[in-house]
Design a binder for this molecule. Structure first.
Ligand SMILES: C[S@@+](CC[C@H](N)C(=O)[O-])C[C@H]1O[C@@H](n2cnc3c(N)ncnc32)[C@H](O)[C@@H]1O
Length: 275
């Protein structure tokens, strides 16, 4: 792609948090399948604005929780959740991350769809787990959804192709649940994987546009000046309204598919968890 890298374009933590409850739900569902009782070393790769990372420290008060993210904007927001000695945030690319010590719980939530070839990372991260340690991941599996297809159609339309053909949302490098199950099992973990399509009931005007502003639309707009960004956004909003019609009660349903996987390394006690 030309211009700004799809993920490196500035994140807006406030816009991201506008749908905080809906975005937290898959994290909660993912972590409900991580039964560790007293982990010491917990890492959240691609931690974002840190609220969910901090929730891990509340669940496991004896843990040292570290969030890693490459976005300066997200890390600035996350710094408000730091707790000396317990919760810290560091700048870094998850592709380069290497632990200083074996990890009891490694979480990566809504990150790996930005990272092509992440199967290799999962193998490496599985090898970084302590006996009984867990690796938990969730990725959006919605790159075939109208939100993405309509934006790609606009980017490649005659009106925009000269500026945006290279910025059209690519097919995300996301595996099926069976694909992640295979990767984690081949890495020596006892694994499970599943998918869920959430039906988010959103309110307010153009709520689907509001949702994608902090995700798939963000890197596209980074290619345009303000006037052109406004024009593209209007055309996209109209297409989204047709694809996700407002219901008589004023709400709009956004179906959102997500893929989950959790793997556990053997050892560490009767439940398979180290602690
Ligand atoms: C959709 S947000 C998810 C944030 C958080 N995990 C959550 O569930 O709220 C994706 C985050 O992944 C980060 N990210 C994407 N690719 C990354 C990479 N290669 N290295 C580090 N962080 C990355 C982004 O900066 C962003 O904060």
């Amino acid at each position: 792609m030309t211009g700004p890298d799809a993920c490196a374009a500035a994140w807006d933590p406030a816009q991201y948090l506008r749908f905080g409850d809906e975005r937290a739900r898959p994290f909660t569902d993912l972590m409900s399948r991580v039964p560790a009782t007293d982990p010491r070393v917990v890492v959240d790769l691609g931690c974002g604005e840190g609220a969910l990372t901090a929730s891990l420290a509340r669940r496991w008060p004896a843990a040292r929780v570290t969030g890693v993210d490459s976005s300066a904007e997200m890390l600035a927001a996350a710094s408000g959740h730091a707790v000396p000695g317990r919760v810290s945030f560091v700048a870094g690319d998850v592709r380069d991350w290497r632990p200083d010590e074996p990890v009891d719980v490694l979480v990566t939530n809504a990150v790996l769809h930005w990272v092509p070839g992440h199967e290799e990372l999962l193998r490496r991260w599985a090898g970084a787990l302590a006996p009984g340690g867990r690796l938990a991941l969730q990725v959006p599996g919605n790159s075939g959804a109208p939100t993405h297809r309509l934006l790609a159609d606009l980017c490649t339309s005659p009106e925009w192709a000269d500026r945006l053909a290279g910025a059209a949302p690519p097919e995300a490098p996301v595996l099926s649940p069976a694909g992640y199950l295979g990767v984690l099992e081949e890495a020596g973990l006892r694994a499970e994987a599943w998918e869920t399509t959430y039906l988010h009931v959103l309110s307010g005007p153009d709520p689907v546009l509001g949702w994608v502003r902090s995700t798939v639309l963000r890197p596209v707009l980074a290619h345009l000046d303000d006037a052109a960004a406004g024009e593209l956004t209007s055309a996209y909003a109209a297409a989204l309204r047709a694809a996700y019609p407002q219901r008589p009660d004023g709400t709009t349903v956004l179906p959102f598919r997500r893929v989950f996987a959790v793997g556990a390394r053997e050892g560490g006690g009767p439940t398979g968890s180290r602690r």
